[in-house]
Design a protein around this ligand. Structure first.
Ligand code: GAR
Length: 202
């Protein structure tokens, strides 16, 4: 089976991107990171990618007249690098229906809560402020909504008395680093089947 070529879109630190690379290096994931795109010029993820010899480019929204042109520039690069699966790893933008349709069924996102609870920004803060006892992380296929696409995997993390955004996000992040490579692996092995809102693991 050919290697799946991943295109990672990320806005910041890039620890999920590194976890995915580590999984590939360890031989656990039969994939290759073809390209990393960040919408932030100073994002650490670009340094991490460059250090691993992965093509890493910055495409900033402010350099385009419209969201459509901005997304077209990203799509062009992803196509140029023959990307089969787009991985959102801390990419803090909502993608339009046009972009989503272009890579239909081949865009994944990770979110630090048990969706549909606490979507959008500041998921950890939302969970703590709500008084939830459990949060966690979700990996889902991306549709045109915000954190609404069909769910692939989820794992719960307890919220402890006295948890802060920092302590909770640290524990959830450790789970994210385990779960995202597993979900990508299932995709690469063609074991994910989307049936409406349901993702069957076959
Ligand atoms: C991760 O916690 C990810 O779940 C979250 O951003 C962080 C990125 O960290 N994503 C979202 O909140 C998307 N709504 P990283 O840059 O170290 O991978």
């Amino acid at each position: 089976m050919n290697k799946t070529i991943l295109g990672i879109l990320a806005s910041g630190r890039g620890s999920n991107m590194q976890a995915i690379c580590n999984s590939i290096d360890a031989g656990l994931l039969h994939a290759k990171v073809g390209l990393v795109i960040s919408d932030k010029a100073n994002a650490k993820v670009l340094d991490h990618a460059a250090a691993k010899g992965i093509p890493a480019i910055c495409i900033e929204r402010k350099n385009f007249h419209s969201k459509q042109e901005f997304e077209a520039a990203m799509a062009q690069q992803l196509t140029l690098y023959h990307v089969n699966l787009v991985i959102l790893a801390g990419f803090m933008r909502i993608l339009s229906a046009d972009f989503v349709n272009l890579f239909s069924g081949s865009i994944m996102n990770i979110h630090p809560s048990l969706l549909p609870a606490f979507p959008g920004l500041d998921a950890h803060e939302q969970a703590i402020a709500y008084g939830a006892k459990v949060s966690g992380c979700t990996i889902h296929f991306v549709d045109e909504g915000m954190d609404t696409g069909p769910i692939i995997m989820q794992q719960a993390v307890s919220i402890l008395a006295g948890d802060t955004v920092e302590t909770l996000s640290e524990r959830i992040l450790a789970v994210e680093h385990e779960l995202y490579p597993q979900a990508i692996r299932l995709y690469c092995e063609q074991r994910l089947c989307i049936e409406g809102r349901n993702v069957k693991i076959i």
